[in-house]
Design a protein around this ligand. Structure first.
Ligand code: FAD
Ligand code: NAI
Length: 475
């Protein structure tokens, strides 16, 4: 007999698995279909984020930062290190172990919440009595029916025309996370989030890294002042970033990759490297979903068309995460997953797109929420700005990590916080205070009047809020 479910989720990444858990919490009979295969061909729940994205990249960022500290940072603290060696195989194995812990964690959560897990590809067959028929093609093939369908099929790396990923020489995020020996020379095309994070990993481990970026501005979506500060730090580290370039022919062979490119002055250049990582954005993934079979509408980018509530053009079919509009972030996908499950239950799930934080896990880290100064200027909105440098923060000095600043932007008349931008140590953690403040429509003065522990990096947040009113205490 065909198995029937209240909710069938297609895709077990952060959008899909969280949607499945929330739907199960709300009392629905839930199935989740995911096709990701681990090295042994078995299931590996967690999608791009867990397998080849957020989690493994952060594991390698941590390991490579330890290596850099041991090599260059400890001496200042009076710690001498000799005979420092890199065991790249062990580093990669640790990263794989961290991934597996996360895969296993989701499997456990599915069991705990009585979610039926299918390993294989899910595709639409037709609208049917009681919902939609979905084919699951895995080790065996079967058809199930879901009253509500949540599509969470994620995204794939975008390839450069004429330079298909071979994951040997020309790498996507997948290959970039499992290079078996430190390349002497490494190029990255695209100085976005992956370009900077992966470029940092391999530079710290000893590669000579060049990043080729088409746009003339560095990190255009980031507040200009923060981006400028970050660029200074990356330049100092020796991460070579070329802006305003045009990439030409790419040749891949036994000796590596040769990239023809034109610099911002229009001069022709050739870059020969051992490996090339292409990080020029990601494309929504609907491969194998058979959207046509039920008339599920896609937009011109290939993303599933949804309204603000993640409803598609079909009744009871929803879509969330990277496969729909909006930032391609794991926490955005998760919030949409929770909201959709709650809407299915007749509740009023809500995602506030104005308070989704961004973090780039380089060193220094970059984090922000809300509007940038250039956006406020373009809107003609009257605002006040306040900044505070980590150089004047006692904890940052004790850490020996004083690069960067915290910056507040607040409405000129009401003092409501409109954006908070940070570059510096551990700002990935500091940004959540700003997110909470903005969710509660706090003013800069609200943060300025709150007691922050001393000595802590969070005092820089308080001081930047004080700076909006030109009354910092420590600078
Ligand atoms: P995905 O995570 O892509 O999951 C989709 C799942 O659906 C996959 O398992 C896929 O196999 C499966 N699937 C697809 N089609 C089918 C089908 N027809 N049938 C069955 N299964 C199917 N975001 C952050 O917020 N923080 C970070 O630090 C961060 N770091 C990143 C680092 C890298 C290198 C990359 C590439 C991305 C990073 N991201 C980060 C982005 C983040 O990974 C994505 O935004 C997030 O994974 C999107 O979640 P999702 O559930 O929409 O899709
Ligand atoms: P991205 O959108 O962040 O950056 C792509 C960069 O490539 C842009 O600067 C763009 O101008 C440039 N580019 C595009 N075409 C080019 C060309 N032909 N030549 C040279 N440069 C070109 O995309 P990226 O880095 O691939 O990451 C994809 C997404 O994954 C991110 O946007 C983000 O949503 C997510 N992600 C999030 C992370 C985080 O939250 N810390 C970490 C890594 C990825």
């Amino acid at each position: 007999m065909t198995k029937q479910f209240d909710v069938v989720v297609i895709g077990g990444g952060p959008g899909g698995y969280i949607a499945a858990i929330r739907a199960a919490q709300l009392g629905f009979n839930v199935a989740c279909i995911d096709e990701w295969k681990n090295a042994k061909g078995g299931p590996a729940l967690g999608g791009t984020c867990t397998n080849v994205g957020c989690i493994p990249s952060k594991a390698l960022l941590q390991s490579s930062e330890h290596f850099e500290h041991a090599g260059h940072g400890f001496a200042d603290h009076g710690i001498k290190v000799s005979g420092l060696e890199l065991d790249i195989a062990k580093m990669l194995a640790r990263k794989d172990q961290v991934v597996k812990q996360n895969n296993d964690g989701i499997t456990y959560l599915f069991k705990k919440n009585k979610i039926t897990s299918f390993h294989g590809r899910g595709s639409f067959v037709k609208a049917a009595e009681g919902g939609y028929e979905i084919k699951v093609a895995g080790a065996a093939e079967e058809t199930i029916v879901g009253k509500h369908i949540i599509v969470a099929t994620g995204s794939n790396a975008r390839a450069l025309p004429g330079a298909a990923f071979d994951e040997e020489n020309i790498l996507s995020n997948d290959g970039a996370l499992r290079i078996g020996a430190v390349p002497k020379k490494l190029a990255l095309i695209g100085s976005g989030v992956i370009g900077l994070e992966m470029g940092s990993v391999w530079r710290r481990l000893g590669s000579e890294v060049t990043v080729l970026e088409a746009l003339p501005t560095f990190l255009g979506a980031v507040d200009e002042q923060i981006a400028k500060e970050a660029k200074k730090a990356f330049d100092k580290q020796g991460l070579k970033i070329e802006l305003g370039v045009k990439v030409g022919e790419i040749k891949s062979g036994k000796k590596g990759v040769s990239i023809a490119w034109t610099n911002a002055k229009g001069e022709a250049q050739v870059l020969d490297v051992d490996k090339l990582i292409v990080s020029i954005g990601r494309v929504p993934n609907t491969i194998g979903l058979a959207a046509d079979a039920v008339g599920l509408a896609l937009d011109e980018r290939g993303a599933i068309t949804v309204d603000g509530d993640c409803k598609t053009n079909l009744p009871n079919v929803w879509a969330i995460g990277d496969v729909v509009r909006g930032p391609m972030l794991a926490h955005k996908a998760e919030e949409e997953g929770v909201a959709v499950a709650e809407r299915i239950a007749g509740q009023h799930g809500h995602v506030n797109f104005n308070t989704i934080p961004w973090v780039i896990y380089t060193h220094p880290e970059i984090a922000w929420v809300g509007q940038t100064e250039q956006q406020l200027k373009a809107e003609g909105r009257a605002y006040k700005a306040g900044t505070f440098p980590f150089l004047a923060n006692g904890r940052a000095r004790a850490l020996g990590d004083t690069t960067g600043m915290v910056k507040f932007l607040a409405d000129a008349a009401t003092d409501e916080i409109l954006g908070v931008h940070m570059v510096g140590p551990q700002v990935s953690e500091l940004i959540s205070e700003a997110v909470v403040a903005m969710e509660f429509k706090a003013s800069a003065e609200d943060i300025a009047r709150i007691c922050h522990a001393h000595p802590s990096l969070s005092e820089a947040t308080k001081e930047a809020a004080l700076a909006v009113d030109k009354r910092t205490l420590n600078f």
